[in-house]
Design a protein around this ligand. Structure first.
Ligand SMILES: *[C@@H]1O[C@H](CO)[C@@H](O)[C@H](O)[C@H]1NC(C)=O
Ligand SMILES: *[C@@H]1O[C@H](CO)[C@@H](O)[C@H](O)[C@H]1NC(C)=O
Ligand SMILES: *[C@@H]1O[C@H](CO)[C@@H](O)[C@H](O)[C@H]1NC(C)=O
Ligand SMILES: *[C@@H]1O[C@H](CO)[C@@H](O)[C@H](O)[C@H]1NC(C)=O
Length: 545
């Protein structure tokens, strides 16, 4: 006989057990998921609050979102790597050390532990790029062009910065599921890519080293001009067009060490000598001084320094104004002027002057000779007493003629030179690279320097000289202002030519400055930098993870 108890025991209990099994399963599963997640979080160094709703099988996690900024450059950890970086999705920023600040909390609801990820960190884009360039990463031309063109639609995986040794990505565009409409990036770095240290030149800085003695244009220039310095001071007292000799403000002798200068959007921010990094150089003559008519020396220095570092770094905050770039791109120096200055030969440029025709001179000479012979013949036919008087008169006349001829010839010579200058102004204009190269050769010959001195070595000397020597900085600025002036006002005139001729060495040095400005816009790196800078302007903050 089957009793009710038996039915409950043999059918009801198993049924009930079967009924709660799924619940037991869910509870166990979420327990293990929670454990796996907690372990995973711990292993990756992520601090989080975890909760599990046991019956629903969902694990809830709250992880703080951080805002990060690079450490001070002097901090030993700045060039270090974290030992246990997070391998979770969204955690690649933990590769490096940062200054961190919690700015919010992100909640996750997970069913499986492999869905685990962590919030990306928020960072200022420019600070991130400056830091990674400082670590040695190299901008990728295509990457920045893509990002500039496609913005948020740039495909995930697009490489923006590459490793210094292989072509592997350092910074690339990431999936945007955690980015809330902000640009999302991810980071990758290996210890073996670290080649730089605190001594390396960080972005925004320019380094100039003094030339070796046998290549030192500036020293030779100073030697050449030393005797004239006294005269200049004479003029100074009377006319007062040069400032007093506060000129050599910072001790030159103590200055012969590489100099580093940091340039921000408005000009020089700070500077120091490498052999005395603690002492800041003021470089007052290169600082912009508002509401004074001081020269543009600081402005031109910043243009030159920015262009000089461009191929090496790829990040700066000073932007060379468009009109200056336009001047450097234009053809601004007539070839005839370069010939008259002795920097190029006539056969290196198209014909520009009317050849001098001496036919008239020869004819005139001939007429005079015939006339003189005729007179001598006539004299010979005269009686002896009259003959002497006639000869005397003839000789006196000839002397007077000779004198007026000489003056006439000199006047004609002057006219010819004037006409030549006029023709030179009209001759075909040369682009800056040709002018700079001709000036380089001229300068090397003038000072007997090593033939293989490059334009880049010379431009470095120019910048070094501008930092060092107040009067050179002013003269260069005056010359460059003059150059810009004639380039923008329809070309060189005679007065420009005379000013150039007066200070031809400085004219040569100025052509190097324009050359380096021009080369930044034509080199391929110039365009990477253009795209990079534009992207930095578009995206102020990014999510990194
Ligand atoms: C990194 O790992 C070490 C052991 O491998 C551990 O002692 C340390 O606490 C970990 N640091 C962090 C921030 O998790
Ligand atoms: C650049 O540096 C100078 C000198 O430190 C400072 O006065 C100026 O405000 C800075 N300009 C910008 C745009 O940061
Ligand atoms: C600026 O230049 C003008 C003329 O060029 C002169 O009259 C004036 O005194 C100068 N001002 C200063 C502050 O040097
Ligand atoms: C130029 O040549 C000299 C030897 O003639 C050499 O010592 C120097 O390194 C060369 N400089 C460059 C930049 O090639």
């Amino acid at each position: 006989m089957v009793s009710a108890v038996d039915i409950i025991t043999y059918i009801g209990i198993p049924l009930a057990v079967l009924g709660v099994l799924p619940t037991i399963y869910t509870v166990l599963k979420s327990y293990f998921t929670l454990r796996a997640i907690s372990k995973s979080l711990q292993r990756n160094g992520v601090i989080a609050i975890t909760r599990s709703a046991l019956l629903s099988g969902i694990v809830e996690i709250e992880i703080p979102r951080r805002s990060i900024i690079p450490l001070e450059r002097g901090d030993p950890k700045y060039f270090g790597l974290r030992e246990n970086a997070s391998g979770l999705r969204g955690g690649s920023w933990t590769t490096f050390w940062w200054k961190e600040m919690v700015i919010g909390v992100k909640s996750y609801r997970l069913q499986y532990h492999d869905e685990l990820s962590q919030p990306q960190a928020e960072i200022e884009f420019e600070a991130l790029i400056a830091f990674l360039l400082d670590r040695g990463a190299v901008p990728s031309k295509e990457g920045w062009a893509d990002l500039r063109g496609a913005g948020l639609w740039t495909p995930a995986g697009t490489k923006l910065l590459l490793s210094p040794v292989s072509g592997e990505e350092v910074l690339s565009v990431a999936m945007s599921d955690d980015s809330d409409g902000i640009l999302s990036l991810s980071l990758n770095w290996r210890r073996e890519w670290d080649t730089r240290s605190t001594d390396s030149l960080p972005p925004y800085w320019t380094r100039m080293k003094p030339a070796r003695v046998e290549e030192d244009v500036l020293r030779k220039m100073e030697e050449l001009e030393r005797p004239q310095v006294e005269e200049v001071k004479e003029v100074d007292k009377k006319g007062g067009f040069l400032d007093d000799d506060s000129a050599k403000s910072e001790d030159i002798a103590a200055f012969r060490s590489p100099v580093r200068v940091r340039i921000n959007a408005t000009g020089i921010q700070e500077a120091y000598k490498e052999d005395d990094a603690k002492k800041k150089l003021m470089l007052l003559h290169l600082r912009p001084i508002p509401s004074s008519n001081d020269s543009n020396a600081g402005f031109w220095f910043c243009c030159a320094a920015t262009a000089f570092e461009a191929p090496q770094g790829g990040l700066w905050s000073f932007s060379i104004p468009e009109d200056v770039v336009a001047v450097a791109r234009r053809e601004t120096v007539p070839s005839g002027v370069m010939v008259l200055l002795g920097a190029v030969n006539d056969d290196e440029v198209p014909t520009w002057r009317t050849p001098y025709d001496d036919q008239a001179d020869r004819f005139e000479k001939h007429v005079k000779f015939v006339e003189s012979s005729r007179k001598m013949n006539e004299e010979n036919r005269l009686p002896p007493a009259e003959r002497d008087a006639a000869r005397r008169r003839r000789i006196e006349q000839e002397a007077r003629d000779f004198h007026t001829d000489f003056q006439r010839r000199r006047m004609r010579e002057d006219q010819r030179r004037e006409a030549e200058i006029g023709e030179a102004m009209q001759s075909r204009r040369l682009p800056i690279p040709v002018v700079a190269e001709a000036n380089r050769k001229w300068l090397i010959q003038k000072f007997g320097l090593a033939e293989n001195m490059t334009l880049m070595a010379l431009i470095e000397q120019v910048m070094y000289g501008m930092a060092n020597d107040v009067s050179l900085a002013r003269r260069l600025a005056v010359m460059l202002d003059l150059w810009k002036n004639w380039a923008q006002s329809g070309g060189m005139t005679k007065s420009h030519y005379l000013a150039v001729k007066e200070d031809q060495i400085v004219f040569s040095l100025a052509s190097f400055v324009l050359y380096v400005i021009r080369s930044t816009v034509s080199e391929p790196t110039g365009s990477v930098v253009g795209d990079l800078q534009e992207c930095l302007r578009m995206w102020k903050k990014v999510r990194l993870g």
